[in-house]
Ligand binder design. Sequence first.
Ligand code: URA
Ligand code: CA
Length: 432
Amino acid sequence: MLRMVDIIEKKRDGGLLSKEEIEFFVTGYTEGSIPDYQASAFLMAIYFQKMTSEEQGYLTMAMAESGDQIDLSAIEGIKVDKHSTGGVGDTTTLILAPLVAACGVPVAKMSGRGLGHTGGTLDKLEAIEGFHVEISTAQFIQQVNDLKIAVIGQSGNLTPADKKLYALRDVTATVDSIPLIASSIMSKKLAAGADAIVLDVKTGVGAFMKTLEDSKRLADAMVAIGNEVGRNTSAVISDMSQPLGLAIGNALEVKEAIDTLQGKGPADLTELCLVLGSKMLLAADKATDEQNARAQLQQVMENGDALRLFGELIRAQGGNAEVITNPNLLPQAPFQIDVPAKQSGYISQIDADEVGVAAMLLGAGRATKEDVIDLAVGIMLKKKIGDYVEAGESVAILHSNKEHADDSIKLLQDHIHILTEKTQAPPLIHII
Ligand code: URA
Ligand code: CA
């Protein structure tokens, strides 16, 4: 008979765990027969001894199978999902979903709400009047088969093992363990039914992983897990030494997505979407090579198909599709407040996580799950790394529902770094 104490001891001493041992832990902890103190000791043993990709595969599958799993087999074609590891103002999902769907890839997107920083994809979509995400699974599948695209809110009991373990890791100093992060993220993607997964691992000051080496290790671990469990998985590492694009805030990001879908978006955001979109087309067998994939994506941006499909998605889910031609229909904040540069020089770094906090203070994000967010508010950056500013010139504009927002202004002034020497932005993308 398996005993948790023996499993802890085996991992503590650097042994390799079997599938049965890992499943015993995940099942027992989820149902409550294994107590927090044993789970804590086990997590700490994993933290120090790490796990092989085979063990990480078992852990991921056991967590994915700990609750409901979405069955997308009624959708024709290869379902490709994308995951970005914690960026700020990350508008890529909003752009990529219609972009790749317009190239024929079925997009069955399950999305969540944001906590902290700015909103999640659901919050952003709800900035569009009437848009609703509470659709039935049957309707969801039907819509993907008809339109190639649907977005549904997370419901049901997905990966309860991960929820419980993540909360425990938070209070036992075991969050920043690559095997634990990788299996946590991948278990949620698997439970959501993806056949193939494209990962966007952020690196830099604003990201979860601050160094390129750690980001690579996390990306490698997730790719290995995906392949271990039979899902085609690939990854890119993208820079977060400044926020992606210019908009941070829900309605502002919807507007930015509309611009980008027509090829009129910020260069960095557009490029990342083309890179990730190409990987998604390849994973779905819709392109022969990267170059061909990129050409298809550029074509649907230029000929209007991508934006048109975004409009159809909005209409199908009850929203006012007129926003795609008239973004002024999105909620607008009553006050626009300049953030003046405190000195002259070149922008050298923009701490994305602090920009996220500044947006949250304006009301764009939630401090607790119960908070109601203001979809209209946020930040539009006016400058990016390498740009010159004069003292007093505006580096960003706050979209605010209050006439004064001194705390957000101060935060941005402290975290948009200015040097007398010009700095180059780090490479946007490291492909692995
Ligand atoms: N995000 C997750 O979903 N899980 C982790 O462990 C860390 C970040
Ligand atoms: Ca953005």
